[in-house]
Design a protein around this ligand. Structure first.
Ligand SMILES: [Zn+2]
Length: 103
């Protein structure tokens, strides 16, 4: 999972036929955002983004869904925060010096 530390290389991992694939997903979902709100109602916004349901390199149509830009942005930022949480904290421990009061 070392590729998670290279967010700038994310676009390079998209397949060569990403453009038609993306279009197929938008068409399949009727250009409607597939995100559900907390009550299970479907978002009413127009989808113009294609999202990977499970993060990674699975670009099959089954792992892709249409999302509006708001939901896609929200999901991306949640994934970003999850990646930050998963980062090891050992380096931070060693940065702590005796004079600091953290409690
Ligand atoms: Zn939405």
């Amino acid at each position: 999972m070392s590729w998670t530390s290279h967010p700038s290389g994310r676009k390079a991992r998209l397949p060569r036929d990403w453009s038609p694939r993306r279009l197929a997903v938008l068409r399949r979902d009727g250009y409607r955002c597939r995100a559900l709100d907390s009550e299970g109602r479907r978002c009413k916004d127009r989808a113009n983004q294609v999202d990977h349901i499970t993060r990674g390199d699975d670009h099959s149509l089954g792992n892709l869904q249409a999302l509006c830009s708001w939901h896609h942005g929200r999901k991306s930022s949640e994934e970003g925060r999850a990646a930050q949480r998963a980062r090891p904290t050992q380096a931070r421990e060693s940065e702590r010096h005796p004079g600091s009061i953290t409690a």
